[in-house]
Design a protein around this ligand. Sequence first.
Ligand code: FDA
Length: 300
Amino acid sequence: MSLFDKLIVWSIPFVPKPIVGYFSRNYIAGSTLDDAIRVIKDLNEKSIMATMDLLGEEVKEKSQSLEAVEQYLKMLQEISNNNLDSNVSLKPTHMGLNLDKQFCYENIRRIVAKAKELNNFVRIDMEDHTTTDATIKMYLDLKKEFDGHVGTVIQSYMRRTSNDIDKLIRENANLRLCKGIYVEPENVAFKKMPEINRNYNLNLDKLLEAQCYTGIATHDEQLVEHAMQTIERLDLDKSKYEFQMLLGVTEDLRNRILEKGHRLRVYVPYGKDWYHYSTRRLKENPRMARMVVQKIFGFN
Ligand code: FDA
């Protein structure tokens, strides 16, 4: 990232909320469940699967988590009623992880139980390194009771990832592999992109070779290319993996993946709590962030 882009990214928190909202509209389905359903119907018509996410994280009150649980139960019911090809993704800190671990576990358990009842699936997103142990433990505990209806996420920027993957392969885990989005200390996470990418490829190969169901979540063309080569080398059945992307990101790459006959799922966030998600997406995309800042401050 150039110094100029770093400056742009630094300035994002000072951009007025309505402007962030305007530029982020491509990344978010809207503020209501109906908005998410509409976007997913459109994706399904293009043979793209979805995972629905209610925006929210790091709640301060248990009541906020309980509201989110009700909304997730409704989401699963509406996915079934509308016959959508979609599962759901949730964040542990939205479910109250930072308030009370057992409370969080019970909340996620209610959602996974509903998913099982409707023959659907819950993906537990991975947040920053302070949540990794608890998230993996909750996943493995839930898997004992609801195998086939729950999975979690592993981040290739984490130094611990190879060890976690080895352990999770022995459990025949269902994992999404992504690079990781949180700002982590250097003793915990790789900081340089070549190291993160090397770790991604290494661990993706381990997962696919072990035939663990894997969500290959990246928009990085080189990683997608590597994944395709591994899939071909192993002559892997399509039921063993899927590619995953975020709504509104690199749609040309997404189309190329589909044209090659792979299964693809798009992450569809919705809800009123869109600000954190949007600023993160803008920080990831300096080109878009540059447009926002240029528009506000009028420089080129
Ligand atoms: P990289 O960041 O190198 O991007 C590759 C290319 O993609 C860029 O050059 C650019 O062209 C394009 N691109 C990437 N982001 C863009 C954007 N916002 N706008 C426009 N273009 C963009 N993280 C996490 O910590 N926990 C989690 O649970 C998840 N869950 C998750 C689900 C799914 C389905 C995806 C795709 C990603 C996540 N992530 C995540 C986020 C992930 O960790 C990562 O930050 C982003 O996917 C960006 O990394 P890439 O692998 O795409 O590579």
